[in-house]
Ligand binder design. Sequence first.
Ligand code: ATP
Ligand code: PAF
Ligand code: BAL
Length: 683
Amino acid sequence: MLPPVASERRARVTCPTGGDPFRHSAHRRTVDIGPEPSGPESTTSGTHTGSPRGVVGGTGTRGSAHDPPLPGGRRRRGSRRCRPGRRPSPCGPHRRRRCRRVRRLAPPRGGPVAGRAAAQAERRRPRGRPAAAHRPRRHAAQRGPGPRRERGDPRRPGRRAHVGPSRPRRARPRRCRGCADHRAAPGHDLHRHRGRPGAAGCPPERLRVRSHRGHRRARARRAARHRPRRPRHVGARGDAHALSRRSRPRRQPPGHPRQRGHGPAFRRWRRRPRRHAAPPARRRPRQRARPRRCGVDRADRPWRRPDRRRPPARHLPQRTRHRGVVRRDGVGHPRPRRHRRPAPPDPGPQHGRGARCLRRQRPARPLRGALPAHGHSGSRPAVSTTTLPAVVRSRSDLASLLTERAAGGPLVLVPTMGALHEGHASLMRLARERAGADGTVVVSIFVNPLQFGAGEDLDRYPRTFEADLELSGAEGVDVVFAPVVEEMYPDGIPHPDTASNAVTVQPGPIADLLEGASRPGHFRGVLTVVAKLFGLVRPDVAIFGEKDFQQLSLIRRMVGDLCLGIEVVGAETSREPDGLARSSRNRYLGDEERRRAVALSRVLYAARAAGAAEGLAQALAAGRAELREAEGVDLDYFTILSPGLTELPEDAAPGTEARALIAARVGTTRLIDNLAITLGGAS
Ligand SMILES: Nc1ncnc2c1ncn2[C@@H]1O[C@H](COP(=O)(O)OP(=O)(O)OP(=O)(O)O)[C@@H](O)[C@H]1O
Ligand SMILES: CC(C)(CO)[C@@H](O)C(=O)[O-]
Ligand code: BAL
């Protein structure tokens, strides 16, 4: 009888034939060797060559290389298996496993199974088969499906309990023709394919989901089919369990729709249909929110997690990793093969070599809010094709895209805050012109929080990204760089009132005038973000509108004073037919406000006319007169300065260049405008 096991210990047992134990995995076995021997033969290396309790090496019925040869030079059965230097068996690991020469049965644990479980087990037990309590226990080290009762019975000392099977060796299971992978899939598949005829040990191609341990297991499964089914909650050793769907392995056997009572264990708690909660306003206390819809498990999709967290990025299809990035065909991040669309028809010559490689084509949707084309019924949008620019969301993607761009022509940047309109389109056209056929036009769309003061319209600033893309594409833009705030301010937005070590651009005193007087800190925000954009895009040319004249002046100053080596181009203000300067904020205006807003441009044009005829003083007077006529316009400033935004002498000479600037609130909308004046008068 085996002594009681106080603690278990695992050790590596060398092949008793003396072969190199690491040469062949079959020679390296981990077996339980029972309690730590206290005597001097105890080994800390875990290598047993003797025969301590429960471990016997090399003296089994199978013989070994050390056994004397049989008559006729024959060896005992099994001795060839561990011969050092022998080539690995072609049949794979299930054959090598037969080299296990050192075995020990687990000591019997406790008494017979008691109570209800025992009664159930007894009822389920097929006739003719000994009850579990009366069968010898299988040991973990005794892998393989063969019936173990012949292997040794501790209660029958006549049997050799500690050695390998004494039964005659069975005929080897028939090998699959074809490759070694054509074997029965383990675990979960067993339930699904129970009762289905299949080639012995060689299930159909679609069932090959994981490698497995070989034919012996397949044989065991076939045997298991004829056993009465065990309730799932009674976990019996040797019975197949559902594959875990939690962590590894993450590969899902294909085609396993969940059936009631057959789903993996972790989902059972969710069997009751979930009630969808009402909208938040009508939700009762403690009623849960409507569950977020998840995709279903499919072989080609990432697995849903039980807690509905987003699957890790490495399990997502590549296309969803960088959200929002429209990748170019070919270079950089090619679309995974199964998601590739057929190549669009060659758009023909566009705006040059660089443009063609950076842009994609797709049918255009009508612009948001755009009126239907003249004569169009409006029921069906006219189908047009617009070449969309590449959209880049991250600094790194921008860097790689621009590195790959066709060298040659200049790189021209148009910084914007989006909600693009015809004023921006005029800038893009100019940019395309400056870039030429070989150059690249980049439009940035970023609503920069740093240039908005407290209480300003940062949150309600119009955002119309889809329409912006269409417009950019129509104007021949190659790349739209539309970063998120974290991409531009990874350490947080460095507002003056927040503690931050970030370096920002401090504009000179001109930033305290006009717009700066009404919006303290505004130009620090503008110059900081423009400097960042310059650093990221590294343009040769940057185009800004004259509509934001003070901004244009300060950017010119920054580029000059900080030697940034970028050509800053000012584009003339684009206006509505009635003279109102186009602006993203015009969208805020109601009809009446829109009508009143024209007053700003009227003041400027009146000043220009008077200044050109009579000089500075008359220009100012004419403008003020016009303002008095205007209704519902809350003036912020109206002034005439030099183009450098310095004061002009009252008796400025005829021919002096000047700038009339105005800012006013119409309703809640703050609008700005300006106009160039060449002073005239008596000389
Ligand atoms: N009507 C216009 N004509 C020419 N350039 C313009 C016009 N409107 C804006 N721009 C220029 O486009 C660039 C981006 O401006 P932005 O995105 O702020 O648009 P916006 O119309 O000026 O918006 P906002 O209403 O905030 O002033 C700036 O250089 C700006 O001067
Ligand atoms: C230059 C700018 C893009 C910086 O955010 C913005 O001030 C604008 O659109 O004028
Ligand atoms: N185009 C001006 C940007 C602003 O008003 O913030």
